[in-house]
Design a protein around this ligand. Structure first.
Ligand code: AMP
Ligand code: GLY
Length: 429
């Protein structure tokens, strides 16, 4: 069968790799893809901001399965447009994707369905912002409604900075575009977990848990990024906690969306804070995480295509997933200067040697292939990913492979997995 994947990042390269391992798949098309995907699959140019362009491409390619990677095409309704034309497509409808595209909708949905989340208020005028900020104790979290690639969330250490941030998001002064609504919420403390599930509209199947590293600097310092690395081990969540999260968060979310007339099919990514009061939802994403997908898929032993089709067809309850025991880790290498400005078009050396490290898969995020030479083409360049029997070994393999790779200005965090390793040490001492 032929599978088409929309997107151009590390997540989509990992999806292309995993789909390519399915015994049923004969052809993978990536649109638009990147330098790494051009080596695994055929790439077809497309504008992910244009529904018409995406529909035209699917009509020309006629894939048996289309997978939508990023949030932007989901927010535009690409799944609705393709499904209406009879194509099989994995991902939520535009209405179901509102769990990610509108933070105001998501918070009010969580409240309606009694799903644990931080206390909050949604403000839709400057006067409301002034009144609301007075009710919160610093630190106060201020979030823009809408898709702002992680840049729309500000943690403010005084009421005054919170009010300024909320006014800035509301007016458009901070993001260049007005947020329309601003969510002001309670600051939660704890460990963050990325809890991703597949849903077929009724049933929920969890993927293995992961922990992302969003800040650019070691020790979780400096500005937020798209994600500088991630790891996955079963030790992140014990079976009782996984069960609790399914019963109190993931399943009520899927049941609630169905009850509200927007059944959720696709990946429900629950961004959770493990607080002293139990797990609470920080945010939903309605797609695979990036770089979580890289670390999750290297542990998947069953066929990804079977699982995605079961989600589309409402058969997830009969389609259990098998996972490799142990752990995985993904170390992102970025361009010097990221998340600020950076150079592109720089040659990348050492990829072949890095790929020889046992258990390692190198997923490309921001690369392009020109005359046989791999070049940097984005802020996050590579996701060097390894699976192994233990987290220590997965990290050692990933860093051994990273050490083979070189390009001008290459940066990566040397402390991916530090929280889990620190805990293991403190338990044993
Ligand atoms: P979001 O896009 O809503 O997940 O927010 C981005 C990041 O901001 C999260 O991954 C958290 O690290 C942080 N964050 C969001 N909401 C809160 C909160 N209520 N308390 C503490 N940190 C938060
Ligand atoms: N890793 C965070 C995200 O995919 O949004």
């Amino acid at each position: 069968m032929k599978v088409l994947i929309f997107g151009a990042g590390g997540r989509e390269d990992a999806l292309a790799w995993s789909v390519g391992r399915s015994g049923r798949v004969t052809e993978v098309v990536c649109a638009p893809g990147n330098g790494g995907m051009a080596q695994r699959a055929r790439c077809a140019p497309v504008d992910l901001k244009s529904i018409e362009a995406m529909v035209r491409l699917v009509e020309a390619e006629r894939p048996e399965l289309t997978i939508v990677g990023p949030e932007l095409p989901l927010s535009l309704g690409v799944v609705d447009a393709l499904a209406a034309r009879g194509f099989r497509v994995f991902g939520p409808t535009r209405a179901a994707a509102m769990l990610e595209t509108s933070k105001g909708f998501a918070k009010q949905f969580l409240e309606r369905h009694h799903i644990p989340t931080a206390n909050y208020a949604v403000c839709s005028s400057p006067a409301e912002i002034e009144k609301t900020v007075e009710l919160f104790h610093p630190p106060v979290v201020v979030k823009a409604d809408g898709l702002f690639a992680g840049k729309g969330v500000l943690i403010c250490h005084s009421r005054q900075t919170a009010a300024e941030a909320a006014h800035g998001l509301f007016s458009g002064a901070l993001l260049g575009e007005s947020a329309g609504q601003v969510v002001i919420e309670e600051f939660l403390e704890g460990d963050e977990i990325s809890f991703l599930c597949l849903s077929d509209g009724k049933h929920v199947t969890p993927l293995v848990p992961a922990q992302d590293h969003k800040r650019i600097g070691e020790g979780d310092t400096g500005p937020n990024t798209g994600g500088m690395g991630v790891y996955s081990t079963d030790a992140l969540l014990d079976p009782a906690m996984t069960e609790w999260i399914l019963r109190h968060i993931a399943e009520p979310t899927v049941a609630g969306m169905a009850a509200e007339g927007a059944p959720f099919t696709g990946v429900l990514y629950c961004g959770l804070m493990m607080t002293a009061r139990g797990p609470m939802v920080l945010e939903f994403n309605t797609r695979f995480g990036d770089p979580e997908t890289q670390a999750i898929l290297v542990r998947l032993e069953s066929d990804l295509v079977d699982a995605l089709e079961a989600s589309i067809d409402g058969r997830l309850a009969e389609t259990p997933l098998r996972w490799a025991a142990g752990a995985s880790a993904c170390v992102v290498t970025s361009s010097g200067g990221y998340p600020g400005s950076y150079k592109t078009g720089l040659p990348i050396a050492g990829l072949a040697d890095a790929a020889k490290v046992p258990g390692v898969e190198i997923f490309h995020a921001g690369t392009s292939l020109k005359d046989g030479q791999m070049l940097t083409a984005g802020g996050r360049v590579l996701g060097v990913t390894a699976a192994a029997a233990s987290l220590e070994e997965a990290l050692a393999r990933a860093y051994q492979a990273v050490a083979e790779i070189a390009y001008e200005g290459m940066y990566y965090r040397r402390d991916i997995g530090h929280r889990a390793l620190g805990k293991a040490k403190s338990h044993s001492s």
